[in-house]
Ligand binder design. Structure first.
Ligand SMILES: NC(=O)c1ccc[n+]([C@@H]2O[C@H](COP(=O)([O-])OP(=O)(O)OC[C@H]3O[C@@H](n4cnc5c(N)ncnc54)[C@H](OP(=O)(O)O)[C@@H]3O)[C@@H](O)[C@H]2O)c1
Length: 360
């Protein structure tokens, strides 16, 4: 039988993906560093113990699963060795949403295509929700002039440690990304990545259907590159409800970011953040949202929303649905983001709903 491996099977995202795969009749193999922790969450499914990313890559080369779903961040470090270990046997899916990992992974397009496999990066809430709205609004239209996307996540938090993977994804910055420094924001102007202020251009969004308001501000995440590639627009900005937009938060960031450039300080900060204990809390609002406003050179403006439930649950469903489609032979060779590969309908098949505002 075609095997589906989840790297990081014990994690929040790994468990959510396993649940969504089982709901699709696919029994995953959970891969991780600790046999006892894996068995505790495996629900009788197969487990593979491997002590490090290098060891996981070795097992993938040896056992050749049909699909590898990677949930171990930072993806800038883990994606390439895992993708290369899988070629030419394994398709690959991950949850990356940082520009550094996107640059590397999407840059492997030709190598992946030559092997006849498919790589889907950014199969988590932020990228999939915002990119899907862009694809939907651009259907049947020429390339627009300007795009702004906003991601507003709502998720329940479970008690536990913040975790190494997440801490590294946040504090490593975006090394190797064109257009600015490692700890600087980005946007596209004239088709090129240029510096932007993290937490800048904050906008208060009125969420549809009486969903209240949320503030989203600029942040250099994978959403930015996905929106640019999906639209072809020269000017693109990506914002998130998680970005530090208040003057106090921005001042704290301005003080913190230069210090993070010092390697030992960054490693210390990562260890401290990874160990922080999160207290359980319910999701703060009923829905999570992807949002886009798009302007065309002819003066048309289109705006749309994607409405879904808990963002963490959706981060389980999207990779599972992408995996199901890859197993069914519905992919194409190369490296893609999810809606660029499967279109705007992917989000709907994952239980989300579009709300389109009348054209202006
Ligand atoms: N795109 C999106 O919208 C989105 C949404 C959610 C998460 N994410 C990203 O997905 C990643 C995982 O998030 P999460 O919340 O699921 O994290 P998590 O709960 O901390 O789980 C991380 C998993 O990775 C494993 N792991 C950590 N460091 C490892 C290493 N050095 N070698 C091998 N395995 C390692 C852990 O295994 P052990 O049990 O052995 O510790 C655990 O299974 C993060 O990078 C996060 O940024 C993206």
């Amino acid at each position: 039988m075609a095997e589906v491996w989840i790297l990081g099977g014990t994690g929040r995202s790994g468990r959510a993906i396993a649940t969504a795969l089982r709901a699709r009749g696919i029994r995953p193999t959970l891969v991780g560093r600790d046999g006892a922790r894996l068995t505790a969450v495996a629900e009788g499914d197969r487990t593979v113990v491997a002590a490090s990313i290098a060891a996981m890559a070795g097992e993938i080369s040896r056992q050749r699963p049909a699909v590898v779903i990677n949930t171990v961040g930072p993806f800038a470090a883990t994606a390439e060795p895992i993708i290369r270990a899988g070629l030419p046997a394994s398709h690959y899916v991950d949850l990356a949403n940082d520009l550094s990992a996107f640059t590397t992974t999407l840059g492997l397009h030709d190598a992946v295509a030559a092997a006849g496999r498919t790589v889907v990066t950014g199969a988590g809430f932020g990228v999939a929700a915002t990119e899907s709205v862009v694809v939907k609004l651009c259907e049947g239209r020429p390339a627009p002039r300007r795009v702004r996307v906003d991601a507003v996540a709502s998720l329940a938090m479970e008690a536990g440690a913040f975790g190494e993977a997440l801490a590294a994804s946040i504090l490593d910055g975006i090394p190797g990304v064109a257009g600015g420094g490692r700890f600087q924001g980005r946007r596209y102007r004239g088709g090129r990545l240029v510096p932007d202020r993290i937490g800048g251009d904050a906008r208060e969004l009125t969420l549809p259907g009486g969903g209240g308001t949320a503030t989203a501000a600029s942040i250099p995440l994978g959403e930015l590159m996905a929106a640019q590639r999906a639209s072809g627009a020269p000017d693109v900005q990506a914002a998130s409800g998680e970005a530090p937009s208040s003057p106090v938060a921005r001042a704290a960031m301005a003080a913190l970011l230069p210090v993070l450039a010092i390697g030992p300080v960054r490693e210390f900060a990562k260890r401290r953040l990874a160990a922080v204990q999160i207290t359980a809390r319910p999701r703060p609002r009923q829905h999570s949202w992807g949002h886009a406003v798009i302007d065309w050179p002819d003066g048309t403006t289109r705006e749309g929303w994607l409405r879904l439930g808990d963002a963490q649950e959706w981060t389980g469903v999207v990779p599972a649905e992408v995996c199901r489609r890859l197993l069914a032979g519905e992919g194409r060779p190369g490296a893609f983001t999810p809606a660029a590969l499967f279109g705007s309908e992917l989000a709907e098949s994952c239980g989300a709903e579009y709300l389109l505002v009348a054209d202006r």
